[in-house]
Design a protein around this ligand. Structure first.
Ligand code: SAM
Length: 265
């Protein structure tokens, strides 16, 4: 019944009445004890990983494993960590993917609305929520291009989404800006146009979209936002050749492939 309600709401672009949020607290004492036992025996990381592979089966393993990495949110934390620690906190997670943010980020007690264009995430969301693996969040299926804010948020996140050729930052930025509460922050990351030739030389990133950083800054300022940070991403692998190369390019040539923006209103 819940799934039906969710999918109908998603089709109609109507935010469901947070059924998944309710589910997390609806476990019977016996079910909750069972969940606790599973978490103790296997660890939440193993359960998260296994659930992703189960519900996203059919996708390349590499694509799924990309999300199983707490380091992916290091940059976000270094830029807006203080904001994420505030309570109460209302978060919009646009292009949520398989709820890695809701798994890795310390967002307990935050109110989170997430959406993504990917319908396969509905069942994954349900499973992760019922097993109490992720911070509870409401989820709906939706294209960023159709998003219309009906409420405002302290933090609006668009993480790792603007790389898609099918998403145009300039077409949607005003909508996301209007979802930010006064005093709130808009956080997203993009690939720098200037790094394109080098990355193409290295055989990477041909299929992704790149932006002129100063044009993005100007667009934010035109919307009345103050750009608080434009921070380079220096890798999510935690070391190795990739990290060394990225640090070298940034320190010595001032080049980074992607940058995180944080802007406040
Ligand atoms: C690399 S993943 C990032 C997921 C998540 N933000 C994170 O950081 O873990 C990109 C996500 O953007 C979603 N996406 C791509 N185009 C979209 C669109 N037009 N509307 C909504 N989501 C979209 C994809 O389905 C995918 O889940």
């Amino acid at each position: 019944m819940r799934t039906n309600l969710s999918s109908i709401a998603a089709r109609q672009n109507v935010l469901p009445l947070h059924p998944q949020r309710a589910q997390a607290t609806e476990l019977s004492p016996a079910a909750a004890a069972h969940q606790a036992l599973l978490h103790r025996r296997y660890g939440k990381d193993a359960i998260y990983e296994a659930t992703l592979h189960r519900y996203l089966a059919g996708r390349p393993k590499r694509e799924i494993d990309f999300f199983i990495n707490p380091r992916r949110f290091d940059l976000m934390h270094s830029v807006i960590g203080d904001r994420l620690a505030q309570r109460p906190l209302r978060v919009l997670n646009a292009g949520s993917g398989p709820f890695a943010l809701e798994f890795y980020a310390a967002l307990h007690d935050a109110t989170i609305d997430s959406f993504d264009i990917d319908e396969q995430l509905v069942a994954l969301h349900k499973s992760l929520t019922i097993r109490n693996v992720i911070t509870p969040c409401a989820f709906r299926v939706m294209d960023v291009a159709s998003y219309e804010p009906h409420e405002v948020y302290d933090v609006v996140l668009v993480n790792d989404v603007f790389y898609s050729k099918h998403v145009d930052l300039f077409a949607v930025i005003a909508t996301f800006a209007s979802a930010v509460a006064p005093g709130g922050v808009l956080y997203f990351d993009i690939q720098d146009q200037r790094a394109g030739p080098i990355w193409r030389l290295l055989g990477k990133g041909n299929a992704t979209r790149r932006y002129d950083l100063s044009a993005v800054r100007a667009a934010l300022e035109a919307l009345g936002f103050k750009v608080e940070a434009v921070a380079p991403a220096l890798g999510i692998k935690g070391g190795g050749v990739d990290a060394v190369a990225r640090r070298f390019l940034w320190r010595w040539l001032g080049i980074a492939n992607n940058f995180a923006f944080a802007a406040t209103r």
